[in-house]
Write a protein that binds this ligand. Structure first.
Ligand code: ADP
Ligand code: MG
Length: 652
């Protein structure tokens, strides 16, 4: 190992004392840099080491026992020799022989291999300095001392030299005097300040290595509980922000919970809602044909009944031609001195009818009304039970193909026998009549004129079948079918082109679906806003602890597993945020479920939400975990090693 040991050195110029009992040791390899004010004695020191000056007393031990190579501020190149000759002459002066290859190698190392045959005047200052370093290297001294070699160079050239010195310092003991304080901190292995004739150590590779070693030897990292304690304490210092962010997050998550819960429970609750909404589920089915005029200004839609084959393909067992020609679905009804728009709907399932009062329809002239019906006429069921409701339908049957013009004026005289037990909310006033019975009744009515003309007995209902094969306007355009689960059927049939179905239940289902969809959109927007605010607050809470975190990280850097410790801190922040959010959002979700269910119940609706829905609960908490993870690990990750290092150096 090469070293320079100064023992009790005394030196003065006349009566100016430069060194008084100076003791200092430089051991290599390594880049030792000496800083100091001008006039502090740096050049004098190097001159003493280079044996250019003799100390008044004391000894300078240099091992290996050889004069160090010297590089000075001035390159001291001989103008009349090429760079190569300038370098080789130093060995000649020493009395040693040198190979050309070696010079080439060193010139290459210093990146001046192209300048071998140039004269000093033909190269730049930086290149001259490199040549002078080459001259120092050629003698293979293990020790090189340099007195401000970059003093006359610009920053760029200086850095080139420094880089070379760093490389050389791997197997040389370099003693460098410079004014460049900034660069010195970066490149020095050991950095000294010469002041009042003594050395002060500014930076030490040995101490850093020792620290590194110490860090490696400390096996214990930060424990999870310690991490939690630290995190808890520092989150506490920004209490308001943490609490706000948790509340925001919890609120957003409980919204999300409600949304998912609603989506999952919706089909069930809507089914039970529909069961309570309409007493009868009659479905109309028809083909729809779009006719577009050649100029495309006009688009017509024509409805047509399905053929028996088509019905069979759809697995529909029971079907009837629609009677709306005789009994229109919407009409004004004059009743108890008042006129109102009423829906007249056919029904099949008399036996399963949900009735609040009265009895199911048994005869063709019996009808059931609903509560909304009572409401529009301001009556109670008792007032109108067995009352008569007169419906007068004027229909013109004009059939060119059958060569006859009949005008039929069909009057229906109904008795009110029952009150449908359906929800009032959003329901329209409705009358239900027994489809079969009316159909059978119509079946008995003969059309004498037409029968005469075509020579056989024809009833009104026969016309449905006859006209099915004709292009006349009078025809059953729709088919009534009896389906147990219209919503399920609707979903099955939805994809089939041209075929449409119509049912109050499906209409209501579609309407509520639309409502839920728009609600979901609003919910999502809210959720998004809340989440952003929550994330923002959480980031703020964590970032506002930035300084404390850096200090904490600086501390951690002194111990083994600093990365592991960082992770533990991130995990602890995550755990704390997650647990708080989890508890709060669970409470909020449950609470709002109860509130919403109670609210809908007040409006005669079934429960819309499950009190505890596992799937939504899991999704929400995964979400919460992900947010906590991002919020707690990103800010910690953004603390840079340099910040920590600065903090460390600042504290030393
Ligand atoms: P540095 O290199 O740190 O600027 P020097 O070692 O060159 O300082 O000089 C140290 C002090 O000694 C300075 O005050 C300088 O004036 C003085 N000095 C240097 N050389 C001589 C000399 N030959 N005769 C008298 N004083 C000198
Ligand atoms: Mg000097």
């Amino acid at each position: 190992m090469s070293q320079i040991i100064l023992k009790d050195i005394n030196f003065s110029y006349g009566n100016i004392h430069i060194f008084k009992n100076l003791n200092q040791k430089f051991a290599g390899p390594g880049l030792n840099i000496i800083l100091g004010r001008s006039g502090s004695g740096k050049s004098t020191l190097l001159a003493l080491i280079a044996d250019l000056l003799k100390p008044e007393s004391g000894t300078i031990e240099i091992s290996p026992n050889a004069k160090p190579a010297v590089v000075l501020q001035s390159p001291l190149l001989l103008d009349y020799l090429t760079l190569e000759e300038n370098v080789s002459i130093s060995c000649a002066l020493n009395g040693s022989q040198i190979e050309n290859d070696e010079i080439h190698h060193i010139f290459k190392l210093l990146k001046i291999e192209d300048l071998l045959n140039r004269y000093p005047k033909e190269v730049s200052g930086g290149e001259m300095m490199r040549a002078s370093i080459a001259r120092a290297l050629i003698c293979k001294n293990e020790i090189i001392i340099m007195d401000e070699p970059t003093g006359q160079l610009d920053d760029k050239n200086s850095w080139e030299i420094y880089k070379i010195l760093q490389k050389l310092a791997k197997d040389h003991l370099i003693l460098l005097v410079t004014h460049d304080e900034k660069a010195s901190y970066k490149i020095a292995d050991n950095l000294f300040l010469l002041e009042h004739g003594t050395f002060k150590l500014l930076k030490s590779k040995a101490i850093a290595e020792q620290k590194e070693k110490r860090r490696d030897n400390t096996s214990s990292g930060l424990s999870f509980t310690q991490g939690l304690k630290i995190t808890k304490k520092y989150l506490k210092t920004k209490k308001l922000r943490v609490i706000l962010s948790v509340i925001f997050l919890a609120f957003a998550l409980s919204l999300l919970y409600l949304g998912i819960n609603l989506r999952l429970q919706f089909p069930d609750s809507i089914k039970s809602l529909m069961n309570q909404f309409y007493t009868y589920n009659t479905v109309e089915i028809y083909k729809e044909e779009t006719i577009t005029s050649s100029s495309s200004h006009l688009t017509l839609k024509r409805r047509e009944a399905l053929t028996e084959n088509e019905l069979k393909q759809l697995k529909i067992e029971e079907s009837y031609p629609c009677l709306s020609y005789f009994l229109s679905e919407q009409r004004e009804i004059y009743f108890h001195g008042k006129t109102s728009a009423i829906r007249i709907l056919p029904c099949f399932e008399q036996s399963t009818a949900k009735l609040a009062k009265g009895h199911p329809i048994q005869e063709h002239d019996q009808i059931i009304v609903n509560k909304s019906f009572l409401e529009v006429f301001n009556l109670s069921f008792e007032d109108i039970q067995n009352d008569e409701l007169f419906i007068d339908e004027n229909k013109i049957i004009y059939l060119k193909e059958l060569k006859s013009t009949d005008i039929y004026n069909k009057c229906f005289n109904f008795h009110i026998v029952g009150l449908a037990a359906e929800k009032e909310l959003f329901n329209t006033p409705t009358i239900y009549y027994a489809y079969h019975k009316i159909y059978d009744e119509l079946n008995k009515i003969y059309l004498p004129n037409i029968s005469k003309e075509i020579g056989e007995l024809i009833t009104i209902t026969d016309l449905f079948y006859i006209t099915n094969n004709m292009s006349d306007d009078f025809r059953s355009q729709k088919t009534l079918i009896n389906i147990a689960d219209p919503i399920f059927f609707y979903q099955e049939i939805k994809e089939i082109e041209n075929i449409s179905i119509n049912s109050k239940v499906i209409e209501a289902h579609e309407a509520s679906d639309t409502i839920i969809s728009s609600l979901t959109i609003i919910l999502v927007i809210f959720l998004f806003l809340f989440l952003i605010s929550a994330l923002n607050l959480e980031f703020l809470a964590i970032y506002s602890l930035y300084d404390e975190n850096i200090r904490l990280f600086a501390l951690l850097a002194l111990y083994k597993g600093s990365k592991k410790n960082k992770n533990i801190l991130a995990i602890c922040t995550l755990v704390l945020f997650f647990v708080q959010t989890f508890i709060l959002s669970s409470i909020l979700s449950m609470l709002s479920t109860v509130i919403i269910n109670n609210l809908t119940n007040a409006f005669d609706y079934p429960h819309l939400l499950k009190f505890f829905d596992t799937i939504s609960f899991l999704i929400v908490n995964m979400f919460s975990l992900a947010i906590s993870f991002i919020a707690s690990s990103l800010p910690l990750k953004r603390i840079k090693a340099e910040d920590v290092k600065k903090e460390l150096e600042g504290e030393e």
